[in-house]
Write a new protein. Structure first.
Length: 639
């Protein structure tokens, strides 16, 4: 007979898996098969070999192809492929990243930046991994600032070829996945020079190795050497010495060159063109966001199971020591993180859905694209930071057992750490989020660089935002004084109170930064210096917005849940997420007169009470994630 933990976790899993239950279960089964469990003790070369073999095996079963068009062996199922990727994050993260490079980055660049002849020629071989490839954007000198890349691709009308070149050491491609060992073709991002004029960064397909794996003339490749983690991924550096590729090698969906050397693009504005091109690659960011949430689920499952069984200390003279999970401090270390992981799961549902809508729309408008970009940047940043912090906390919560490599934390920590850096550094992403929040006029303001942000804010946005939010701010202040039950603990459990507190924080921070930027520039300050002066405020704006959308997603999921018992449990969990976030920010709320000291103390009390109430459900809550037992180190249950 099923225990109540099993029953609760089964119902919860149905809610979590939602419409993607079938593909998630399929991926879980694959991970659960003997020989697919995460590895922790292989020499680097063997690990790489294993990961490539796994990638090919997965490809042979057709799953990684599902996000590609039907014509090339896929199913046009963008969201489903992201759900599969998120689930793959329960296993060896080197496999996840290798798949991300091959199908998401390399395949995605060919699909979204290329045109039919590229699709016809390459996509089938990419989805089967007959053509392993790379996505070569980052250089030693430039990572976040892609517009300033140094690699050049110069068109020669007399030969009809592009000459791809690394003009200086800083312009070598760096950290490129699959470059050191497996990649045969690379999507190389370079400044496109046509008729002596720089047309900005474009991508070209440049062969790296022949079929036997030998590096081609003019290409120089070097292994990046040992990394913090991801041993199974062969990251490398690439230098090009005047390598010639045909005109057709240019991925020309957004900009092409005629045989006689005329550059054409449907997007006139070069900045807008550049950001439109980058925007098509947002799937990688959405996928890494989901992978970070998946990694948090693995860590929490292990730590909660450990805490539910491990005994230390206890009442004097008691027959048994107490279970770790019965200690309030231990609950506080794990349960708010568990609640936030649920919140992020539902935010990821929204993100995946919006990705699917934009990518399957006939002709998505700029506004939808910008909203997707803003959401992806904000949620990716908070989700991957959450993963890093949660995995560390869970490792410590498992004591010495957490430190053994065979128990997964070592690799989980090391491999997921870089999620905060690749697919956009989190701090840079939050600045992108803030920029989009400050403007509804992205077409006129496409540059990510700080100078552009400050100038634009000064010229167009700040006054509108400041005026709009000043009124809200005033109403908020009045409301705070007039609302009944200001120090009532009970209303802190009202979802509307929680959401209002999050929204108030965001509106206030946004209004403040807009005022400061405008004031600084109106006062004659140099826009760049003004921005640098306010940069922490800019990042806080994005963070407060991301917190708000994550809470809104969780609140909506609670509303949508029709099973009363499950809904009640999710409701408590949502309150724990909301109030532990408010607790984290309680200094800010008090500084701004939004929480009185007694009410702020009440938040702490309610977080404690919610931890106690949720403690009996902790195991069911993690079992609901459905992490395969073979991926849980010492805490996996025998089949
Ligand atoms: C394991 C691994 C795999 C990778 N795989 C690939 C791949 O396959 N293909 C590829 O093209 N790239 C790849 N990358 C590169 C990755 O995308 C970049 O490392 C990333 O974009 C960050 O760039 P950077 O390393 O130059 O850091 P930087 O951009 O120099 O950032 C360094 C620090 O400075 C801060 N910073 C930067 N600008 C600002 C600013 N304006 N204001 C405040 N702070 C700022 C950042 O927050 C960050 O903390 C990979 C990297 C790693 C580590």
């Amino acid at each position: 007979m099923a225990t109540s933990i099993e029953q609760t976790s089964t119902t919860l899993r149905r809610v979590l898996d939602g419409e993607y239950a079938e593909i998630r279960d399929r991926t879980r089964s694959w991970l659960g098969m003997p020989g697919h469990e995460p590895v922790y003790d292989l020499p680097i070369e063997e690990h790489r070999e294993r990961v490539l073999a796994w990638t090919r095996e997965l490809a042979s079963e057709g799953d990684p192809a599902m996000g590609f068009p039907e014509a090339y062996g896929g199913q046009d199922a963008v969201a489903r492929s992201v759900a599969a990727f998120e689930t793959l994050a329960f296993g060896d993260l080197s496999l996840l990243v290798k798949c991300g490079v091959q199908f998401g980055l390399f395949g995605g660049a060919v699909l979204h930046l290329g045109t039919e002849h590229h699709h016809e020629r390459y996509l089938r071989d990419i989805v089967t991994v007959d053509l392993p490839g790379c996505f070569a954007m980052t250089e030693t000198g430039h990572g976040s600032n892609v517009q300033a890349l140094g690699t050049t691709a110069t068109y020669e009308p007399e030969t009809g070829e592009f000459v791809v070149n690394t003009p200086e050491p800083e312009a070598q491609k760096d950290y490129i996945g699959s470059a050191a060992r497996d990649g045969r073709l690379a999507a190389v991002f370079a400044q496109l020079i046509v008729g002596g004029e720089n047309r900005g960064v474009h991508a070209l397909l440049v062969p790296l190795r022949d079929e036997s794996g030998a590096v081609l003339p003019g290409v120089e490749i070097e292994d990046c050497g040992p990394k913090l983690g991801l041993d199974g991924v062969d990251n490398g550096r690439i230098r090009f010495d005047h390598v010639r590729v045909p005109r057709e090698a240019l991925l020309d969906r957004y900009g092409g060159v005629s045989a006689d050397g005329e550059y054409r693009s449907t997007i006139e504005n070069p900045t807008r063109r550049f950001f439109t091109m980058l925007g098509t690659l947002v799937q990688g960011r959405v996928s890494v966001c989901g992978a970070g949430i998946g990694a948090s689920k693995v860590a929490l499952t292990m730590a909660v199971r450990h805490a539910a069984g491990r005994r230390q200390f206890g009442p004097p003279g008691g027959a048994e020591e107490a279970v770790l999970l019965d200690y309030r401090v231990h609950q506080r270390r794990l349960l708010p993180a568990l609640a936030t992981t649920y919140a992020l799961h539902f935010a990821q549902d929204r993100l995946r859905h919006e990705l699917h809508e934009v990518f399957t729309a006939e002709d998505p408008d700029d506004r939808s694209r910008r909203e997707l970009e803003t959401l992806a940047a904000g949620v990716k940043a908070v989700a991957t930071w959450h993963a890093t912090a949660t995995i560390q906390e869970c490792r410590e919560a498992c004591g010495g057992a957490g430190y053994l490599r065979e128990n997964r934390f070592a690799a989980l920590k090391a491999d997921s750490d870089v999620f905060t850096t690749f697919e956009g550094d989190n701090t840079v992403l939050l600045q992108l989020t803030a920029k989009n929040l400050l403007t509804d006029y992205r077409d006129q303001f496409g540059e990510l660089d700080p100078l552009g942000t400050a100038t634009f804010v000064a010229s167009q946005v700040a006054s509108q935002v400041a005026e709009r939010t000043a009124l809200r701010e005033l109403l908020g202040r009045l409301g705070d004084q007039l609302l009944p039950g200001r120090d009532d603990e009970r209303d802190l459990l009202d979802r509307s109170t929680q959401v209002d507190l999050f929204r108030w924080r965001h509106d206030h921070v946004l209004a403040g930064v807009a005022r400061r930027l405008k004031g600084g520039i109106d006062g004659g300050g140099d826009p760049f210096e003004v921005l640098v002066e306010c940069q922490d405020h800019v990042v806080a704006t994005a963070r407060s917005w991301a917190d708000l959308v994550v809470l809104e997603a969780f609140a909506a999921a609670v509303e949508d849940c029709h099973d009363a018992g499950t809904r009640d449990l999710l409701d408590k969990l949502c309150s724990l997420h909301a109030l532990s976030t408010i607790e984290r920010e309680r200094g800010w709320y008090q500084e701004h007169g939004r929480l009185s000291p007694p009410r702020s103390k009440a938040v702490i009390k309610i977080v404690n009470a919610l931890c106690a109430e949720l403690r009996p459900h902790a195991e069911a809550l993690v079992d609901a994630f459905g992490v395969p037992e073979s991926c849980l180190g010492a805490w996996g249950r025998p089949a």
